[in-house]
Design a protein around this ligand. Structure first.
Ligand SMILES: *[C@@H]1O[C@H](CO)[C@@H](O)[C@H](O)[C@H]1NC(C)=O
Ligand SMILES: *[C@@H]1O[C@H](CO)[C@@H](O)[C@H](O)[C@H]1NC(C)=O
Length: 606
């Protein structure tokens, strides 16, 4: 059997990657044996990390995309210009000139990992301000244990710099490629119910934000926000609508190491509900990865130990390592085969193979920085907390697994903050969903199952991650069709899962993940939303930093995150209320959920 999986040419609609002329042809003889794949490259990109903004030769028509080369609504973002300030004064001047010319303005980053279209000005005459060249440490205060850094700095550079000064940030996202201002803007987090909890925005002590201003103030000004100032609680998680975050100051702690053991339980997930809550309360940096299709659980026992403890371990999480393009494309191709054949068992076999391979290498935890020889792994906080690698790959045919230049993995990534007291019934409902349709959940397991992390109820941000209670932060992904109108195998099950989390158990979607319909009316769930909107109205009364999408998220200006178009529910652009929202012509109909009858899902029925 010979399959041609993907061919790309340079064309103006896909100008996001410099030097994109190349094609990839893959011959797959035995699909599950990736070793049998061979590739041929016509030409090769120099930059291993996906750039996210690009302009035509005249510099007057620019497109912006994210690291996945796909916003969650698949729309295209265009703008009139991109600017690359290197100082705060250059930021101020860029904002002033946009305000004076009445142009919308938005900040993009070198990372671009947000899936909702927050970084887009929302108007083709708008200006994109990139923080690519604004990414340095400003100051580390060893006595006060704080760091001040420019918004565009990447997490890896930040935590390595502070580690060199004997300090540590206790929590951060697991993916090191995100920027400081970007991760804060979307409420990104690690995992902990200790101290201030797992959300990074709880550690912000001060920020400098460049906002619009009147003509008498030169059209833009720098605002300095400090602790005790309500506006800091707005700026700590701002969705980018208040202005340009120039610098951020974070509260740090003395350096420490972490002692980590992953306990893998195969064949049964009985007792999951109890152990996950025990870990939440007792393990400082614990988390749980649940593969519901495979009935496997990985418990993470991860505690702080003194910095003097022996151990030079580090986290090189396998999912963040560069992967040969042919391998990513081959995995996708075999997934598509299983999907097209409605072969759930095959998906489960694929998931088992993939998960087993990751576990064989300890998920990429290395005792001495090089090899995995067993747990525990003990290492410095900055090297254990977050990881990456693929974004810096020096090898021409190796990319991040999600990099769309190779037509590899393509998935919807859902993050939900669930009130902790709802975690147990939620997990039970997932088990009921699995029982209702055996083998239907293995698609999740192909994308690392359901990751469960924790954050304390927010004290530092009006739009903070955990609103009314400590939260279980769920993260799960499932494959997405190359075409928005594709009917995916068991798409109804994943829609039901989303709706159980959001509606039945009152979860809040992560601002940087999720599908559009999950944000419908979400503003009403934030008790301090009006205070946030008050700050926004004072900082940017004319909405230069707002777009229809951010308005929808914030519930202002009658904006909505959903549409009412044929097929809209298939890609999560609406919750179906009639068959036309699915695809009756392709036998996909709007139906009730199997375990949550209030859910409305698109189900394939012969
Ligand atoms: C690390 O954790 C393991 C298991 O949780 C424990 O047995 C061991 O004593 C710990 N090591 C140190 C140095 O704390
Ligand atoms: C929102 O919609 C209502 C009713 O359709 C209308 O009266 C109101 O003026 C609208 N508000 C804005 C800000 O567009």
């Amino acid at each position: 059997m010979v399959l041609v999986l993907g061919t790309r040419r340079c064309d103006s609609s896909r100008m996001v990657y410099a030097g994109c002329c190349r094609s990839l042809k893959i011959t797959a003889t035995v699909l599950l044996l990736l070793a049998s794949l061979s590739t041929r490259w016509d030409c090769v990109d120099a930059d291993g990390a996906a750039p996210v903004e690009n302009c035509d030769k005249t510099g007057s028509r620019c497109t912006l995309t994210n690291a996945y080369a796909a916003w969650n609504d698949r729309s295209t973002c265009t703008a009139a210009a991109v600017v690359y300030p290197t100082t705060e004064e250059e930021i101020r001047r860029a904002v002033a000139s946009a305000v004076k010319a009445k142009q919308k303005i938005k900040v993009s980053t070198a990372s671009g990992h947000s899936i909702p279209i927050l970084a887009c000005p929302g108007s083709p005459t708008g200006v994109i301000l990139s923080t690519r060249k604004y990414a340095s440490i400003v100051n580390i205060d060893i006595e006060k244990r704080t760091v001040e850094a420019q918004g565009g700095i990447r997490l890896r550079a930040l935590i390595d710099s502070i580690a060199k000064q004997g300090l540590a940030l206790p929590v951060a996202p697991y993916w090191e490629g995100v920027t400081l201002a970007g991760l804060l803007a979307t409420g990104a987090h690690g995992s902990s119910l200790f101290g201030r909890g797992g959300a990074v925005h709880e550690y912000v002590t001060s920020m400098r934000v460049v906002t619009p201003a009147g003509a008498n103030e030169g059209f833009a000004k720098v605002r300095v926000l400090n602790l005790g100032d309500g506006d800091l609680k707005s700026a700590a998680v701002s969705l980018g609508v208040l202005g340009v975050v120039s610098t951020v100051t974070l509260q740090l702690e003395p350096a420490f190491k972490r002692n980590l053991t992953l306990e893998i339980v195969r064949g049964s997930d009985d007792g999951l509900e109890d152990e996950v809550l025990r870990i939440a309360q007792n393990v400082e940096f614990g988390d749980v990865t649940w593969y519901p299709g495979l009935r496997q659980v990985v418990y993470r026992y991860d505690d702080r130990v003194p910095v003097e403890t022996l151990g030079e371990g580090r986290n090189n999480f396998v999912g963040f390592q560069a992967q040969q393009a042919a391998v990513s494309a081959g995995i996708r191709a075999s997934e598509e085969l299983a999907d097209d054949a409605s072969n759930r068992k095959l998906k489960c076999d694929q998931a088992f193979t993939q998960v087993s391979a990751q576990q064989l290498t300890g998920y990429g935890y290395h005792q001495n920085g090089k090899f995995f020889t067993g747990f525990p792994v003990i290492g410095h906080q900055n090297l254990m907390m977050s990881s990456g690698g693929c974004q810096n790959s020096p090898l021409p045919t190796f990319y991040c697994p999600w990099d769309r230049r190779v037509k590899g993995l393509f998935y919807a990534d859902i993050g939900v903050a669930l009130p902790l007291h709802n975690l147990r019934p939620f997990l039970n409902d997932v088990k009921r969903l699995r029982a209702a349709l055996p083998n239907s959940l293995c698609d999740l397991d192909l994308y690392t199952g359901i990751l469960i992390r924790f954050a304390k109820r927010t004290a530092g941000a009006y739009l903070g991650t955990a609103q009314d209670d400590d939260a279980a932060l769920l993260d799960f992904a499932f494959s997405r069709g190359d075409d928005a109108k594709d009917i995916r195998l068991d798409g109804d099950v994943f829609q039901e899962l989303e709706q159980i989390a959001i509606y039945k158990y009152n979860g809040n979607p992560h601002w940087g993940k999720g599908r559009n319909y999950l944000f419908e009316d979400v503003a009403k769930r934030y008790q301090f939303m009006s205070r946030f909107v008050d700050t926004k109205t004072r900082f940017d009364p004319d909405g230069f930093f707002s777009s229809p999408w951010s308005d929808a998220m914030l519930g202002v200006n009658n904006a909505t995150s959903v549409v009412d178009t044929p097929g809209c529910a298939l890609e999560g652009l609406c919750r179906c209320s009639k068959d036309e929202h699915c695809s009756p012509g392709k036998k996909s109909f709007c139906r009730r959920g199997r375990v949550y009858p209030e859910a409305r899902v698109c189900r394939f029925e012969l």
